[in-house]
Ligand binder design. Structure first.
Ligand code: RB5
Length: 159
């Protein structure tokens, strides 16, 4: 974890399917000097629902209360679907280092979703490191594409 990364405020959220992995990764982030904001779940409850934790996290990312978000459910799919309903949140289910980095560089990914029943702790940490180390490229073509998504969000809010 570099000094810059350690300045980051990272929001984390998980349902029962991602609870253990969230706890592990949050601890590793704190050990690395990151400020971690935990949006729950705060205990393992086998019948809890990922939107209850992921949506507040995604809102915090969209409002820049935290710099990046990590959302985990069993597969990562539900967390991704829920987070992307929040305007300004750009979430993706990540399984590989290339996408963890390029998703930020090209698409300004700000919420990384993981499947707690899919990836182990060691791979999850490598994915998280790649996600946090990456920065949005800012190239005109990337801004143009993101602008079209922002416009879609504005239309949906006003419709
Ligand atoms: C487990 O309830 C599972 O459905 C949930 O954690 C998540 O994987 C949904 O996408």
């Amino acid at each position: 974890m570099t000094a810059v990364q350690s300045l980051m405020r990272i929001g984390v959220a998980a349902d029962h399917g991602g609870y253990d992995l969230k706890e592990q990764l949050a601890g590793m982030l704190r050990d690395g000097g990151c400020a971690v904001v935990d949006f729950g779940a705060w205990q393992l409850v086998e019948d809890d629902d990922y939107p209850d934790f992921v949506v507040p996290l995604a809102r915090a990312v969209a409002r820049r209360k935290v710099d990046r978000g990590l959302a985990i459910c069993g597969s990562g799919v539900g967390a991704c679907v829920a987070a992307n309903k929040v305007p300004g949140a750009r979430a993706c289910l990540i399984h590989d280092i290339f996408s963890a980095r390029q998703g930020v560089e090209d698409d300004d990914l700000n919420v990384m979703c993981l499947g707690g029943r899919v990836v182990g702790q060691a791979l999850a940490w490598k994915l998280l490191e790649a996600f946090l180390a990456a920065r949005f490229n800012g190239a005109a073509r990337y801004r143009r594409r993101l602008g079209k998504i922002s416009e879609l969000e504005r239309q949906q809010v006003s419709s």
